[in-house]
Design a protein around this ligand. Structure first.
Ligand code: GDP
Length: 177
């Protein structure tokens, strides 16, 4: 019998970077052009990785900026985070840095399972953030970095598979301390 583990993952980032589009692509396998702004939405999906099954509960948030106060529900009982910026918006990248600091403090400065995502990579001609900058930021947190496009099913699946693996990686690193 496979073990089914529950994982709660919150998607955070500035508005309009593609949080809803990524969640929708992941769960429904399609890209929605001009989707409505999100209030807050949750999605569930069973993900199988090797012998294990994960019940992934995704919280798609309304979007934050550098002044946002993160509610407890984004901290307590959350296993991992997908932090999204758009490669076409330097401001959205700057917001991510301040969001991470707030999460890190909210979790008592422990190591966090995070996947940093530079979305809208299909709009590369309008790029304001280079991949190497995203990579550097993620490395400074000990996190994983990926560029993606919510238009691409495979790339999007990869993000959520990765966050499940990151959660396991951080849990295991605590087990060894
Ligand atoms: P959210 O506010 O962060 O949830 O952003 P949305 O998912 O609502 O996306 C904002 C806009 O960007 C919408 O018009 C989407 O269709 C578009 N969008 C989202 N992701 C991508 C992407 O990867 N590539 C392109 N070209 N457009 C995207």
């Amino acid at each position: 019998m496979p073990l089914v583990r529950y994982r709660k993952v919150v998607i955070l980032g500035y508005r309009s970077v593609g949080k809803t589009s990524l969640a929708h692509q992941f769960v429904k396998g399609e890209f929605l052009e001009g989707y409505d702004p999100t209030v807050e939405n949750t999605y569930s999906k069973i993900v199988t990785l090797g012998k294990d099954e994960f019940h992934l509960h995704l919280v798609d948030t309304a979007g934050q900026d550098e002044y946002s106060i993160l509610p407890y529900s984004f901290i307590i009982g959350v296993h991992g985070y997908v932090l999204v910026y758009s490669v076409t918006s330097l401001h959205s990248f700057q917001v991510i840095e301040s969001l991470y600091q707030k999460l890190h403090e909210g979790h008592g400065k422990t190591r966090l399972p995070v996947v940093l995502v530079g979305n809208k990579a299909d709009l590369s001609p309008d790029r304001e953030v280079q991949a190497v900058e995203g990579k550097k930021l993620a490395e400074s947190w000990g996190a994983t970095f990926m560029e993606s496009s919510a238009r691409e099913t495979q790339l999007t699946q990869g993000i959520f598979t990765k966050v499940i693996q990151e959660i396991a990686r951080v849990e295991n690193s605590y087990g060894q301390e």
